[in-house]
Design a binder for this molecule. Structure first.
Ligand code: NAP
Length: 256
């Protein structure tokens, strides 16, 4: 008889940890399949089976759930990967596959933080544009997603540092590009801010320990952080740790 399968929608460090723990805990009774979008070169390889590339929208994902006899799905994608999360919610409802969202908690704001929370990259670019207009030599550290970089390309002035995992296409030609992948330690972040004279940090409200040190570095320097707010959480049940996701899978296995 074919073993039932757990599908983990991944692309995050939490998804990699979840796959590892799920293989350890349930590997004999459950196929563990991680799905990656296939955007980054040399992504961390999760334990268990791995598939890569889009499914082809809701219909494609629904067909995949049926073909692979997926009996449980954990959406452990990045909080800003809204499209795949919405599609997973719809496909699972249509296919009757139980689904949970593993959403990492947002970073807490602390005393001394100067966060300017904005709705999207357009508003972030407007906010940074005003700061650069006041001080054309301002050092700006951009740690936003690939897709959002173009928004900042037209701002006149400023000294720009862009940190991304993959070499970006739409980056402003005068930017210093740092092709780096977290986790980032506080000592390194302090050095980076100091070396480039960073006066404003632009980031998305991603949460997670791997990239939290930049917020401490910004707080210590007393500089503003332009924080792009998260899109709304996907509908349905949600857990905020890998341990809770394992408990959810365990509960579902017992009820089978
Ligand atoms: P998105 O906008 O929500 O999704 C765009 C399309 O990419 C989806 O419609 C789907 O294609 C495909 N896709 C996305 N995640 C997939 C997955 N795990 N497995 C298979 N197909 C997937 O996603 P995104 O923001 O571009 O992010 C892509 C991936 O990178 C996600 O897995 C996410 O966890 C990871 N990631 C994203 C960010 C971020 O800032 N957005 C940061 C770190 C990691 P089809 O419609 O063809 O199925």
């Amino acid at each position: 008889m074919t073993r039932p399968a757990l599908l983990i929608l991944g692309g995050t460090s939490e998804a990699v940890r979840l796959a590892e723990m799920a293989v350890e805990r349930f590997g004999t009774s459950l196929r563990i399949i991680s799905s990656l979008a296939g955007r980054t070169t040399a992504p961390a390889t999760p334990a268990g089976e791995v598939r890569s590339g889009g499914f082809g929208g809701v219909t494609g994902l629904r067909d995949y759930l049926a073909a692979e006899q997926i009996s449980l799905l954990v959406d452990a994608t990045h909080p800003f990967a809204a499209q795949i999360s919405d599609q997973a919610a719809t496909a699972c409802t249509q296919a009757g596959v139980p689904r949970v969202v593993l959403e990492r908690p947002m970073w807490p704001q602390e005393a001394g933080d100067d966060w300017r929370i904005v709705a999207d990259a357009t508003e972030a670019a407007r906010t940074v544009g005003s700061l650069v207009a006041e001080d054309p030599t301002l050092g700006v550290l951009l740690t936003v997603g690939h897709n959002d970089l173009a928004q900042f390309a037209g701002i006149a002035g400023g000294r720009w540092v862009v940190r991304t995992i993959e070499a970006p296409d739409d980056v402003r030609p005068d930017a210093t590009v740092l092709k780096q992948r977290g986790p980032f330690q506080l000592a390194g972040e302090r050095r980076l801010f100091e070396q480039h004279g960073i006066g404003v940090l632009v980031t998305r409200a991603s949460g997670g320990a791997a990239t939290a040190a930049k917020l401490t570095a910004a707080r210590e320097r007393g500089i503003p952080v332009v924080m792009i707010d998260r899109p709304p959480s996907p509908p349905g049940p949600c857990v905020d740790s890998v341990g809770q996701a394992i408990a959810w899978i365990s509960g579902r296995m017992e009820n089978r």
